[in-house]
Design a protein around this ligand. Structure first.
Ligand code: SF4
Length: 249
């Protein structure tokens, strides 16, 4: 696909019918298990752009997409007569550079613990998968185990990523002193993280009941996740009430 074709498909996304506005913004990106693929612009766009095809072309494709997206943005800026210089000057005035923001976000307790959880899960999965072949065959022939492992893997890094975004946005909102409990974006991303934590807790509980031999290591994961859940609820006390378009309606 070339740049012109990408721009054409991208612009056509606005004409998809029956879509749910914003559903892809606060979801877990697990399209394979999503009941709303036919009502999601992100998904439809991925299909039209044939994103699953030719993974070897990805670096080239991503670079072309970024180039095309910049062209589209430029077009919008010109059409709307937007003056970016003011916004850029304001950014510069705020004085906090990207590195400082990155450090502040990563030093937030819930983000730190989410990262630590992802690392511990990686180690746990590696150790689990290195068991002898017969034990592994028995594990994987159990649908509940297979499903629990899929859930744990899917959310392992997603919790950290969504919390990083939520904390980053919250920091900006706190600075601007803008707070609208009815619709605050940071709460939306924190809600995605909380739903992922809930599902992961369910998955670890299932493994706990099936594999008593793994009791200690699974208990450690459960304790970590429960602590993380409390931290997120404390940092984002309104997140549970956030209504994700389509998914919570
Ligand atoms: S809403 Fe569903 S289909 Fe759309 S991106 Fe999210 S998981 Fe995929």
């Amino acid at each position: 696909m070339d740049k012109e074709e990408f721009i054409k498909i991208f612009k056509n996304a606005g004409s998809y019918t029956d879509k749910i506005e914003g559903i892809g913004r606060f979801c877990d990106r697990w399209c394979e298990r999503c009941a709303f693929t036919d009502r999601c612009t992100n998904y439809q766009l991925g299909v039209d752009l044939k994103l699953d095809e030719n993974p070897d072309d990805w670096p080239q494709q991503v670079s072309m997409m970024m180039d095309a997206t910049l062209s589209i943005l430029q077009e919008i800026i010109e059409e709307e007569g937007i003056d970016l210089s003011e916004a850029m000057a304001q950014e510069a005035d705020e004085g906090r550079n990207e590195e400082e923001t990155y450090t502040l976000v990563n030093d937030t307790v819930c983000v730190k613990d989410a990262k630590e959880y992802a690392e511990r899960v990686k180690e746990w999965l590696e150790a689990f998968e290195n068991k002898d072949a017969l034990a592994m065959e028995a594990y994987y022939s159990n649908a509940a185990v297979q499903n629990s492992l899929d859930v744990i893997r899917w959310y392992q890094y997603l919790i950290f990523v969504k919390l990083s975004v939520a904390v980053n946005i919250k920091m900006r909102e706190d600075e601007d002193e803008v707070y609208d409990p009815a619709f605050i974006e940071a709460d939306g991303f924190a809600k995605v993280a909380l739903v992922a934590i809930d599902s992961s807790l369910g998955a670890w509980n299932t493994l706990f009941s099936i594999h008593p031999k793994e009791e200690d290591s699974i208990l450690d994961m459960l304790v970590r996740l429960q602590r993380l859940q409390r931290e997120v609820e404390k940092e984002f006390p309104h997140a549970r009430r956030f209504i994700r378009p389509g998914l919570d309606e």
